[in-house]
Write a new protein. Structure first.
Length: 282
């Protein structure tokens, strides 16, 4: 299923402890769709870390989808899709989410990277994913029309894999760095470097060195990325003002927030909000 951010990741379990999940009681089809609506509580409690035999492309209409892998955490806002390659161990969190997924046999979409990615979804791909709901992954038989349709969709997805969006945060197996990430994510409205150092009881020099060694980025870069990713989900609420969102994620002004948001996403907060997916039903 799909993607994560505000919670600090833990090391993925060994392959022997990753549960293989058969989406929608998979009936042996080469490709098919699956719709989901609800929260994490609607899912089996014993399936945090899992993998699929099939590739999955999951598109969010509403709510927030969080995906965690062994190396990164992805926050999927509406109008974006997350790609989860076959065999990748991951765990998912759904917050009042409404999504549609399309599953593919690995032979239909060749993915040498083998990692999760957040992808932009053009209108034609979105509409094709919605239309694909007529052929569910748990159907018992296929037909030439469905086969041709999913082959065409697979070509579009293969091309789309080249356009990855940077909507993710790193994870760390270093306990200190993991604690820094957790504190940062939980206090985005007020956190600064001095505060986080006091919270985890470490010097600024040590924090900078350990954080960069573990993640390849500075703490300030991490905090900025976390703020922008969290802001994306807050902007879905049409009643929240740009100023209130900026304050909630730790910016001093709406103008500073808008500049940072546009630099990271390519769109202003207002443009991002106005482009909200009009589809509310599948």
């Amino acid at each position: 299923m799909a993607a994560g951010s505000a919670e600090t990741a833990v090391l993925a379990p060994s392959a022997a402890n990753v549960r293989r999940v058969v989406p929608g009681r998979y009936g042996g089809m080469a490709a098919g769709s699956y719709a989901f609506e609800g929260d994490l509580r609607d899912l089996p409690p014993d399936m945090p870390w899992h993998s699929h035999d099939l590739h999955q492309l999951e598109y969010a209409f509403e709510g927030v989808v969080l995906l965690e892998t062994a190396v990164a955490r992805y926050r999927l806002p509406p109008r974006q899709a997350v790609w989860i390659p076959a065999g990748l161990a991951h765990k998912s969190t759904f917050a009042a989410a409404k999504t549609v997924s399309v599953f593919f046999e690995p032979s239909l979409v060749h993915d040498r990277a083998g990692r999760a990615r957040v992808l932009p979804v053009e209108p034609v791909l979105r509409e094709m994913m919605i239309y694909a709901l007529r052929w569910r992954i748990d159907r018992t038989s296929s037909d030439p029309v469905a086969d041709s349709y999913f082959e065409t969709l697979a070509h579009l997805v293969s091309d789309g894999l080249r356009y990855e969006l940077p909507f993710y945060l790193p994870t760390s197996t270093d306990p200190l760095v993991a604690a820094v990430m957790r504190h940062t994510d939980d206090h985005l409205d007020t956190v600064d470097l001095r505060q986080v150092c006091e919270a985890v009881r470490v010097s600024e020099r040590t924090l900078r060195r350990r954080f960069h060694a573990s993640t390849g980025m500075t703490w300030r870069q991490y905090a900025l990325h976390s703020r922008i990713l969290h802001a994306m989900t807050l902007l879905v609420d049409q009643e929240a003002t740009i100023t209130s969102v900026a304050t909630a994620v730790g910016f001093d002004s709406a103008s500073a927030f808008s500049r940072a948001f546009q630099s990271y996403t390519g769109r202003t907060p207002t443009a991002f909000r106005q482009n909200r997916d009009p589809a509310t039903s599948t």
